[in-house]
Design a protein around this ligand. Structure first.
Ligand SMILES: Cc1ncc(C[n+]2csc(CCOP(=O)(O)OP(=O)(O)O)c2C)c(N)n1
Ligand code: SF4
Length: 332
């Protein structure tokens, strides 16, 4: 038989891959001593990007803080599927806030710890995009403005999933939700609305702002650990596909989390003191159709009449991000 070199794909590719890496570069998740912060047995849907993102993020934060961490959690899927009273999947000190005040509750915890001289204990606030970009936005802006010592993590599944997929100010244009139906001349969510909270966080000039996607889990872990090296207000915005609300296969969450970055629709970057300091370049540019097609929330753009006009407007958003953030690799 002819000699065939064995190909190992685990390193240097899109895969999470750990076993072939030197121990110091392996992911937190590959470590048998990881916290399992969000443990098995919770009730998230199969393939839930939010559950995946939270587990990676909080395990990474636990490692970065030598397990000295408290988390406040806004109402939403993450809280509901993880803590049906009297059960809990959390293996860390964890408190459920109201829907709109996770940032304020976390600020209070940080202030109390400061009074007690416990600067070793760090605080995280977390919530969905509705709890962050809409109802919790005032508390969040206050936390930024006071530069409270809290890392706020937004798990962005682009709608209010826990209550039945209603539009939020993070819902993308043309997406169908329960409140932006696929009817009329311009079906789905309107263009030209919504909030770019990473940009708004940067405008507060806080020490650290970053975006990440569950399509690149090692990068997500890195950003959490990097955030924990700063004191003061920090913001991490994680793109988390939702099979139920977006209407994609439950095994497609990670692929969709990669595609969104490869289209340019979701720029993955870091910013310090309001200035972008690094961007994750697109590895293989793909047209937005490839990202939109597997999701039933965009099905009305492809049938019965292909809406090339609407898809072109979405492509224009991706192209603008690519220009603005310099997302393409420079030619060698
Ligand atoms: C003041 C208030 N209004 C409404 C609700 C009902 N409610 C609970 S969770 C939720 C939506 C959560 O959406 P999001 O923050 O995007 O998180 P997701 O469930 O998508 O993860 C709503 C409207 C509430 N709990 N409190
Ligand atoms: S509805 Fe979406 S966010 Fe909520 S548990 Fe299911 S997959 Fe996760």
């Amino acid at each position: 038989m002819a000699f065939q070199p064995i190909k190992f794909y685990q390193t240097g590719t899109f895969t999470v891959g750990n076993r072939l890496l030197p121990p110091e570069t392996r992911s937190v998740q590959s470590n048998m001593r990881r916290t399992n912060s969000l443990n098995s047995g919770h009730r998230a849907c199969q393939g839930c990007g939010e559950a995946l993102g939270a587990r990676y993020a909080i395990d990474a934060a636990m490692e970065a803080t030598a397990n000295q961490l408290v988390a406040a959690n806004a109402t939403g899927c993450l809280e509901v599927f993880s803590t049906p009273y009297p059960e809990t999947s959390w293996q860390i000190p964890w408190i459920h806030s109201l829907f709109g005040n996770a940032a304020a509750v976390a600020t209070g915890i940080a202030a109390a710890l400061k009074v007690k001289g416990r600067t070793d204990v760090r605080v995280i606030a977390q919530g969905g995009d509705g709890g962050t970009t809409d109802i919790g936005f005032g508390c969040l802006s206050g936390m930024f403005e006071r530069n409270d010592d809290v890392l706020y993590i937004c798990y962005d599944n682009e709608a209010y999933m826990n209550t039945g997929v209603q539009r939020s100010s993070a819902t993308p244009p043309a997406a169908r939700t329960a409140t932006t139906m696929a009817v009329g001349e311009q079906p789905g969510n309107a263009f030209g609305q919504g909030k770019n909270v990473p940009a708004i966080a940067m405008a507060h000039g806080i020490p650290y702002v970053a975006t990440a996607t569950v399509g690149e889990l090692r990068d997500l872990e890195y950003k959490v650990k990097r955030a924990m090296t700063f004191r003061g207000a920090r913001y991490l915005h994680i793109f988390v596909p939702c099979p139920l609300g977006w209407g994609h296969a439950s095994d497609a969450s990670i692929r969709i989390g990669r595609l969104v970055k490869e289209t340019g629709l979701f720029p993955v970057f870091e910013a310090e003191q309001g200035e972008v300091v690094s961007v994750s370049k697109i590895r293989k540019r793909v047209p937005v159709e490839e990202y939109l097609k597997p999701q039933r929330r965009f099905a009305h753009l492809f049938s019965p009449t292909p809406r090339v006009d609407v898809i072109a407007r979405i492509q224009a958003i991706a192209d603008r991000n690519i220009r603005k953030f310099g997302l393409l690799q420079e030619a060698a």
